[in-house]
Design a protein around this ligand. Structure first.
Ligand SMILES: Nc1ncnc2c1ncn2[C@@H]1O[C@H](COP(=O)(O)OP(=O)(O)OP(=O)(O)O)[C@@H](O)[C@H]1O
Ligand SMILES: [Mg+2]
Ligand SMILES: [Zn+2]
Length: 281
């Protein structure tokens, strides 16, 4: 954790909606709420700054609507940021604002340097492709063309997430939720990304399946040495995974630090409330 960050995000702002004279800047909004009362636009991320280091898991926690998905979707270029910058140390020596590069370059960054697991498997997987086919798609996008190699690598990746080889040619829509998430994870790992984004990867899964997916994420951390951003509204998941944690509320980071410290000595009243409810369920 001592070298320079893999990913540095500065002053990221994301507004959904076209805005009006009362909400040109997030700072125009008075009060805590990040929704403009005049036009209904939402500042989903406000002045977000963060660093992600190689090999670490950075947790992002916060209630529904706090801007967690907006943040990772912005980083994966699914949604365009309104302002701000991000740099990746392995891309143009970390000198380029990746939000400002051409769409071709964005595709390169997404295909070669990043992996993403969506909360909703239907967003992350093509359900009419076999699970092997889904992985192949990512492999091809990141420059693999040899059919035999692709199949071999897809098989390896599925094995890694403990999907039986016999199911490689099946459609993931026939899989259980936990298996779909594992196919998404193997797809996200296909290009050996340096940055992995995981959005609510265990939400909606049974506790036993959830435990398996959490184990898998820890195994990936050990074996692949990627930097991961793990988003969850569940502080219990964050406690099990994250080295450092960011707490978001109404689009803003209200607290960040070592996960242990945040759990032991939360500073912000909102975090205190989160920690309190975690310990008293
Ligand atoms: N495509 C969109 N168009 C309009 N508003 C959006 C869009 N996506 C998100 N928002 C708004 O931005 C805010 C942040 O949403 P976001 O999905 O990032 O929250 P979240 O922290 O991921 O919540 P959850 O825990 O429910 O997944 C919310 O007010 C949401 O309604
Ligand atoms: Mg979300
Ligand atoms: Zn407005």
């Amino acid at each position: 954790m001592n070298d320079s960050p893999l990913l540095t995000v500065k002053e990221l702002n994301k507004r959904y909606g076209s805005g009006c004279e009362n909400c040109q800047s997030p700072h125009d909004l008075t009060g805590q709420d990040n929704r403009c009362p005049s036009c209904g636009s939402v500042w989903a991320c406000i002045d977000v700054n963060l660093d992600l280091y190689k090999g670490e898991i950075l947790g992002i926690v916060g209630e529904s609507g706090s801007g967690k998905s907006s943040l990772v979707k912005s980083l994966y270029f699914d949604d365009e940021v309104t302002s701000g910058s991000a740099a990746i140390s392995s891309y143009k020596e970390g000198e380029e604002n990746i939000f400002k590069v051409s769409s071709q370059q964005k595709r390169y960054i997404r295909n070669y340097l990043m992996g993403m697991v969506y909360q909703n498997p239907w967003l992350g997987l093509k359900m009419s492709f076999s699970s092997g086919g889904n992985i192949a798609e990512k492999l091809i996008a990141s420059g693999s063309f040899h059919v035999g190699d692709i199949r071999k690598r897809a098989a390896e990746l599925l094995e890694h997430v403990e999907i039986p080889l016999a199911r490689m040619d099946e459609l993931p829509k026939n899989f259980s939720g936990g298996m779909q998430q594992r196919v998404q994870i193997s797809k996200a790992l296909a290009n050996n990304p340096s940055i992995l984004l995981l959005d609510e990867v265990t939400t909606g899964l049974d506790l036993s399946v959830q435990a398996k997916v959490l184990d898998l994420i820890r195994k990936i951390q050990r074996e692949f040495n990627v930097g991961m951003i793990v988003v969850s509204h569940d502080l219990g998941v964050i406690r099990m995974l994250a080295d450092r944690t960011i707490v978001m509320r109404h689009g803003r980071i209200v607290e960040q630090g070592l996960t242990d410290q945040i759990l032991e000595d939360p500073q912000h009243p909102y975090t205190q409330q989160l920690v309190h409810s975690l310990l008293h369920v």
